[in-house]
Design a protein around this ligand. Structure first.
Ligand SMILES: Cc1ncc(COP(=O)(O)O)c(C=O)c1O
Length: 395
């Protein structure tokens, strides 16, 4: 995929250990990537330094244990970068995620926080040392107890359904126990478990810090209803990223809101968990897509909604874009464009508008930024279009 001119590669001396060990080709800049690239597909870029910086923000600011939600981006280099930055706990949702994390980071602590699991997945995870599981109904609780042989060392977390909030991507429609159900589940689980917790998710890309306080107030109501003590509270994910058109408050405001609500609702003194996905890796990844054809203000790219641009297509998110050229020439003024992906499907369109120089043309590359979470992770092989090239850029 790359010309064997290693002068273009970043010198090992400037690479963090995680990047070297992950085996990713590493470059100093996007220009260096493009100068060296000989392939025909889009290129997925990781910026390990940005992922490490996001990890530091959480490890120093979040008032509890930080669990990385692996679904956001399971790339080995992301997992290793987080590990070398100090993240030790991982929220997994499937047997393959369990095996992936264990194979790369054997001493990682895994939390299986998907509320619906197959019996085989429970048995496998327990055999691999997983002790923390979430559930939101009695049938799942008994599945967990049966498949672990009524183990006495389970830490179980009741997933709450939250009253409707205002996250950009609500998650309460599919999972979660209602107030009455949760009250019954707490009472039913308590005698069987080593540790009992509550968990919730305010919805992904939550733009309002007060949502966490509302959820903690709701959790307090349920604990009071049950009249049973809990040992942990898991504030889930939802921590936002500054995509164009969205202006989240600083991350520190989220941490302060959670810290003060934990105290207000009497949860200080118990274990606190959080499961950030998006906020740890979104800004640490981008896609380099080549313009294959221009028709007026429509650009046909070699990546699209079946690649890493699902949210740009289905949710009409306007990701930040930058033009890159292999032969530099003067850049025109910016004008709005729409993107089409490479497949034959008419859903493969990203309306944007994306502002790019008006002289953009076939062969130019567009870097679509902030795709490190739920971008590269969602890419499929539909229609024979897929990128198998991921690189690290040490900027
Ligand atoms: C159980 C659970 N935890 C954590 C996350 C990560 O959420 P986010 O990426 O919004 O931080 C998700 C996302 O779907 C989830 O379902």
């Amino acid at each position: 995929m790359f010309k064997s001119d290693h002068a273009l590669l970043a010198r090992p001396a400037i690479l963090p250990d995680s990047t070297t060990r992950s085996g990713l080709p590493a470059f100093v800049s996007i220009d260096d990537v493009l100068q060296a690239y000989e392939g025909d597909d889009a290129i997925y870029v990781l910026y390990p330094k940005r992922i490490a910086a996001a990890a530091r923000t959480f490890l120093t600011g979040f008032p509890g244990k930080v669990l990385y939600a692996v679904k956001a981006n399971p790339h080995p280099a992301v997992l290793m970068t987080l590990w070398t930055s100090g993240v030790r706990c991982f929220d997994v949702a499937s047997t393959r995620e369990v095996d992936l994390v264990k194979s790369i980071l054997p001493s990682a602590e895994l939390y299986f926080m998907h509320p619906v699991k197959s019996r085989a997945a429970i048995r496998h995870a327990y055999a691999e040392g997983v002790r923390d599981f979430s559930f939101d109904c009695a049938d799942e609780l008994y599945k967990l107890l049966e498949e672990t042989g009524y183990a006495r060392d389970l830490n179980l977390h009741v997933r709450l359904a939250l009253p409707k909030g205002d996250a950009v991507m609500p998650l309460s429609g599919k999972f979660g126990a209602s107030r009455d159900e949760a009250t019954d589940l707490i009472k039913a689980a308590r005698p069987h478990v080593a540790m009992l917790g509550l968990t919730f998710h305010v919805g992904s890309q939550c733009l309002n810090t007060t949502e966490y306080g509302r959820a903690l107030a709701w959790a307090r109501t349920i604990v009071n209803d049950a009249g049973v003590d809990i040992d942990s509270i898991d504030c889930g994910g939802g921590f936002p990223v500054a995509y164009p058109g969205m202006r989240p408050q600083p991350m520190g405001d989220y941490f302060s809101a959670i810290r003060s609500s934990l105290a207000d609702y009497g949860f200080d003194g118990i274990q606190v968990l959080g499961e950030p996905g998006r906020a740890l890796c979104a800004q640490g990844g981008s896609t380099l897509a080549r313009v294959e054809l221009r028709k007026g203000s429509d650009l046909y790219l070699n990546d699209g909604s079946y690649g890493s641009l699902f949210d740009a297509a289905q949710c009409a998110w306007k990701f930040p874009v930058k033009l890159h050229r292999t032969t530099p020439r003067q850049v025109g003024k910016c004008t709005p464009f729409r993107f089409f992906g490479p497949t034959c499907d008419s859903l493969d369109v990203m309306e944007g508008p994306f502002e790019l120089p008006d002289d953009i043309s076939e062969g130019d590359w567009v870097e679509i930024c902030h795709l490190g979470a739920y971008g590269q992770a969602l890419a499929s092989k539909f229609n024979g279009f897929q990128s198998e090239t991921t690189v690290a850029v040490m900027a």
